[in-house]
Design a protein around this ligand. Structure first.
Ligand code: NAP
Length: 493
């Protein structure tokens, strides 16, 4: 069972393979192309144009040229383009889901979930486009008037990762479009096809030429470096690893750019003895195994009260052990491959280090035979406090469990990381949940919930997990700047 091969071929034939610059799909300057692989087979899906520095400069030119008229376009018109894009993505939900599964590996059911989530940013920001407002007020001394307005920041560079190929793009493109900014999008080289198809949908929805330019490339730094130095660029929005984000913040200092950084995570998942363990295990499954654990929001450390740790671990391991790995297009697959051999090997080195330090694998603990980059869903117990797996982002289907006895100890363990994206707390005591939430250093909190992502909520982290927020009422603010006009007293004559 699963998806027939001809359906895959028909879909791939619809994906634009050029660079989108100034409303046209073009070949790369030197004619270069690169292959995009299916991580569950290692086979090439499609070959697409590989942008160079020169192509990046053309994309920047197009974004800069389109900025003024785009900023003057009526907010309602910008909103309606987003609304049409929402409808088109929803109509083509099965195409987007299959394309993501092919290039990224996640099971089709999860890709469908991402289409819903990703499309929701289009709908949300279609509504936010017409809600940007300012204020007019009298100064405290009554001698002048203060006019405060919001304006689009200007051309933006958007850089996205491979793990959520649609949602990470719409979470940036939709608020930029709503605010009246033009943009250059550089998708991840491992999963550019979804962005290519999505850009075609944006054009079909009526986006004017030059507003969205897409430069897929295997030379990220060569393409984005000169764009970051271009004085016409006003903002960089990045989702990806903390190490690359730190480099981009340094580069952004050159022109003192506005920056939004959605970086790595190391989420703690706290289970208190008063938690409903069925719900805690359900939450753990979602927070750990969604996207094969390749999510910045993935629970990285399970911190469980010692009195319930054995029972939680046993139930969780039984569920994890029943998760079938396989190609995402197959009906029975619950866990797809990791994105590449490097990622699979990194996951295994973290597991090996933990096992060498005294941890026990209740289930899993090893890579699977190829083809494809599969790793067994794994639960580790008795993990030593200094194990690398508790400090580094795992980005795989591996759950290390440690225990605590007091609330203070739980909070100290949870906050013992340079990251601060999301935390999960499972308890039946609401006061305890709120109290712990106040003490946790993270931009988001899941209270008896294993998934927090929602287009209507401000997504983002603190500490080395990033700067700024995407989604919610806050999301559009990242693409606006405030202008204040001081007006002389209208009664002064
Ligand atoms: P990554 O290696 O940092 O890459 C992210 C993007 O940056 C890709 O498009 C990549 O291009 C590009 N890039 C790499 N080096 C660059 C450079 N020197 N200059 C400009 N661009 C550069 O991260 P990833 O492996 O794709 O994604 C996984 C990471 O993203 C994890 O750490 C995860 O936590 C984080 N993430 C965070 C969030 C969040 O909202 N906080 C959401 C999703 C993922 P190439 O594809 O060519 O390498």
């Amino acid at each position: 069972m699963g998806i027939p091969a001809h359906r895959e071929a028909e879909l791939l034939a619809q994906v634009p393979t050029g660079l989108l610059i100034d409303g046209e799909w073009r070949d790369a300057a030197g004619g270069a192309r690169f292959d995009v692989e299916d991580p569950s087979t290692g086979k090439v899906l499609l070959s697409i144009a590989d942008a160079s520095t020169e192509d990046g400069a053309l994309a920047m030119d197009a974004a800069a040229a389109a900025q003024e008229s785009w900023a003057r376009t009526a907010p309602r018109e910008r909103g309606e383009i987003l609304r049409r894009a929402f409808e088109l993505v929803t109509e083509r939900a099965e195409d987007f889901a299959l394309l993501m599964t092919l290039e990224m590996g996640k099971p089709l059911a999860e890709s469908r979930g991402e289409v819903t989530y990703g499309a929701e940013f289009l709908r949300w920001f279609s509504e936010e486009a017409v809600r940007v407002s300012g204020r007019y007020s009298t100064s405290p001394d009554g001698k002048s008037r203060l006019l405060v307005t919001k304006k689009p920041v200007g051309p933006c560079l958007l850089i996205t990762p491979w793990n959520f190929p649609l949602a990470m793009a719409t979470r940036k493109i939709a608020p930029a479009v709503a605010a009246g900014c033009t943009m250059v999008l550089k998708p991840a080289k491992l999963t550019p096809l979804t962005s290519q198809l999505f850009a075609a949908v944006m054009m079909e929805a009526g986006l004017p030429a030059g507003v969205l330019n897409v430069v897929s490339t295997t030379s990220a730094g060569d393409v984005t470096g000169p764009i970051l130095k271009d004085p016409r660029l006003r903002k960089v929005s990045f989702t990806g690893s903390t190490a690359v984000g730190q480099g981009l913040i340094r580069d952004a200092a050159h022109n003192v750019l506005r920056t939004s950084m959605e970086l790595g995570g190391n989420a703690p998942f706290l289970v208190f003895e008063d938690a409903d363990l069925d719900k805690a295990v359900d939450g753990a499954m979602a927070a750990k195994l969604r996207n094969m654990g390749e999510a910045c929001t993935a629970a990285n450390r399970f911190i469980v009260q010692d009195t319930v740790a054995d029972e939680f671990a046993e139930r969780f391991a039984a569920r994890v052990g029943a998760m079938a790995t396989g190609r995402g297009t197959e009906d029975e697959t619950k866990v797809g491959p990791l994105i590449d051999a490097k990622s699979r090997d990194k996951v295994h080195s973290l597991v090996t280090d933990a096992l060498d330090g005294g941890a026990r694998a209740l289930v899993g603990g090893a890579p699977e035979e190829g083809p494809g980059y599969f790793y067994q869903p794994t639960v580790l117990k008795d993990v030593a406090p200094d194990a690398r797996i508790l400090k580094e982002e795992i980005f795989g289907p591996v759950a290390p469990i440690v225990t605590f006895s007091t609330e203070d100890e739980a909070v100290a363990l949870a906050n013992n990381t340079e990251f601060g994206l999301v935390s999960y707390v499972f308890t039946s005591d609401l006061n305890r949940g709120l109290r712990i939430g106040e003490k946790l250093e993270s931009g988001m909190l899941g209270l008896n919930a294993g998934v927090v992502s929602n287009a209507a909520a401000p997504f983002g982290g603190v500490k080395q997990s990033g700067l700024g927020r995407e989604g919610g009422a806050e999301g559009i603010e990242e693409y606006l700047y405030t202008q204040y006009t001081g007006i002389a007293d209208p009664y002064a004559g």
